[in-house]
Design a protein around this ligand. Structure first.
Ligand code: HPA
Length: 264
């Protein structure tokens, strides 16, 4: 048993965790939805996200959502923080060891498609790994050759669309293109993303999807659109703007995610 697993079991008990939820920039309010919540600072868990990025939380939360035992990572570690695409591997491996079979990922993203406006949600149907980095580089076993077809579980996408319709939340599907960041994109890079078939761009999530599939988890991911990509609107793109605009998406995700968890 790994050290973080021991620590988590000691503090929060050893009942299996059904699903893990990773919160993106400005989305940490979703953590308030957990009942009987236990917070464990990342600092107490070897390998969990380090110093971090403003707008991200620094705790692992364990509690109940829709009657199910859920873990929430209130903040993630990004490739752009140090150049390690596998930064989330220890945390996700810990969750897998705790029995987690479903990984729910959220992020803030820039839209490159008029169908998705700031404040909207975009259900991720597939991604383009344009950062060109892979968290499984260095993995020495044949398990590294992960099949990425349907890596965003079709049954979870269908369930979330049904739930969104019932709750009257708009939830179109799209392709997420991973740019490494941390600088935002140039106008030409956004035009390229459009030509490549992307609907939104962001600086996270894709490596976690690869890791989640590697660990045998079912993966679901949703973007909260905070801005139009560079050059597509007159507004100025900044991290402050991203955090401020994430509020509308967080409100929708706060309704959508518990309803989806209920269906797991
Ligand atoms: N680009 C990349 N990442 C982002 C953006 C963006 O425009 N908005 C929020 N995260």
């Amino acid at each position: 048993m790994s050290k973080p697993v021991k620590t988590i079991r000691k503090i929060a008990g050893s009942e299996p965790i059904v699903a893990a939820l990773v919160l993106g920039s400005g989305l940490s309010a979703i953590g308030d939805l957990l009942e009987d919540r236990i917070a464990i600072p990342y600092a107490e868990l070897n390998g969990f996200p380090g110093a971090g990025v403003s707008g991200h939380g620094r705790d692992l939360l364990i509690g109940t959502m829709a009657g199910k035992r859920i873990a929430i990572l209130t903040g993630r570690e990004h490739y752009y923080e140090h150049g390690n695409a596998a930064a989330m591997r220890p945390a996700l491996e810990t969750l897998a060891e705790l029995g987690t079979q479903t990984l729910l990922l959220t992020n803030s993203a820039g839209s490159v498609d008029e169908r998705f406006r700031p404040g909207d949600l975009m259900l991720i149907a597939d991604h383009i790994n344009y950062a060109g980095m892979n968290p499984l580089i260095g993995e020495a076993t044949d398990r590294r050759f992960v099949n990425m077809v349907d890596c965003y579980a079709p049954e979870l996408r269908d369930k979330s669309k049904q739930v969104a319709e019932r709750l009257d939340i708009g939830l179109g599907e799209g392709v997420y293109l991973w740019y490494s960041g941390p600088s935002f994109e140039t106008v030409a890079e956004i035009q390229m993303a459009i030509r490549l078939g992307a609907n939104a761009v962001g600086m996270s999530t894709a490596p976690e999807v690869i890791l989640g599939r590697f660990l045998g988890m079912k993966v679901w991911a949703c973007s909260s659109i905070t801005n139009m990509g560079a050059g597509l609107s007159a507004e100025n793109i900044s991290h402050e703007h991203t955090k401020a605009m994430a509020v509308a998406g967080a409100e929708k995700l706060s309704k959508l995610i518990p309803a989806l968890v209920e269906e797991l």
